[in-house]
Design a protein around this ligand. Sequence first.
Ligand SMILES: O=C(O)[C@@H](O)[C@@H](O)[C@H](O)C(=O)CO
Length: 487
Amino acid sequence: MFAEFQHLTRGKFVPYATSLRKSTDATFFLVRDELDKYLIVIGKKGICELFEGQKIGEIDRQDVVLCAKNDRNCQSLMSLFPSLKPQICNAKLSFGFGDRLGVATAAHAQCVQKEKLFPIFAQQSVREISRTERNWLDVLHSAVWGVFESGYDGPFGADADHVKKIEDLESAARAGYTMFTIDPSDHVKDPAKFDKRELVRFYEEHPMRRTLEMKYIGKSFTVLGEKLTFDEENFAEVFVTYIDAIEHVEKCYRALRAVCKTSFDLEVSIDETSVPTTSLAHIFFVQELVRRGVEFRTLALRFPGEWQKGIDYVGDIDLFSENLDKHVAIVKMFTGYRLSLHSGSDKFSVYPILAEKTDRTIHVKTAGTSYLEAIRVVAKFAPDLYRQIHKYALSRFDQDKASYHVTTELSKIPDVDKLEDSELPSLLDQPDSRQLIHITYGSVLTAKKEGRSLFKDRIMRVLFEHEAEHYDFLKKHLGKHIQLLGV
Ligand SMILES: O=C(O)[C@@H](O)[C@@H](O)[C@H](O)C(=O)CO
């Protein structure tokens, strides 16, 4: 088929052999020229009419249609090939491949052995899509095109991540997402940040207080041989800290159930709270969600230590390991859900502990690390563009770091004007410059001058022209993450 196509198009296009898929009466594959990528549909007139495109000839009396990689053509492909639709997780180990640029999935898919790991190829948070001016459908379709290009034929998921508002859940459900991460952290009260009298009043006046006091106070749980008992004091603290968040999750869940006509994976994430999740808090949080009928599949707790973006774990590994043991024991007490680790990018020192302590029964999320590999390509092949991005990032960092927890020291980042071009890629290995670039993705990707993209268009062009190197960087780096999970 490719030989006839090359003859017809006089070698103008380069096909992606891995993308070749056949339906009962048509053939589909991706090609690229020096400007862009396109879908080729070869089939009878009827099947071609499902796609928007231009007929460029015939092969064996079948129309050959050149199609844009647009939403309508993506949805037509998904209707013909159900394996291109996201599905709910069917495995104990799953991994989120967040892709802020929408061009990494074809490489991500080459890191996955489908029988050992369930990949979430479409995963972006509300924070990310608002900062990059994307939307749920764009994130999902970018992932689907990447799956199609790679020839990956296993199941994958689509996670609407860190969702705080019901309307964002509903729009993601309508876009076809299969996983929803509800983030109630704005409703988690850190007792240290409140006036004691205010907390007492909140507790005493809360309508659920007495009901839950009777349910929990005096109740004991044995976690790894340690007897934990809810008493008046620790119950009041857990109640005040989490009750609003629990009620918010319940409200979001009911709204989601009203929109989703099929089953879905629900994650609840309190990983971005300032309050590390204690064992009693974990027990209370889970028991209350279960009691309210919230069917969650994964739970992202706030583990001890620093889970900063784009760099390894910062903290006492032994304390983390001990804390994880307790939370794993609690999961086993209640079953029906897995733990989820957010900010999984580059946390190489904890991955082996995660894999061993959870018996590889966990969800791990990454996102920024793939964006950093893309910028590494820019640093290598477009040094002047990288220098401009780096300097712009410095000007935006203080504002952009507001909703991320990082302890970046800008003073430790070398002056790019004193570095040789060949030294620039190594900045993507320096923790502080990694965080500088990681956190300022939104500003860099949406920066404009006189209405024109200041950086994004040039970044995407560099990645298109150096696609093989980009894919190699991604496969090497994300492959390292997967291998450290023991897969
Ligand atoms: O940066 C973001 O907004 C998200 O990608 C992350 O918070 C995500 O939830 C995650 O933990 C992946 O690192």
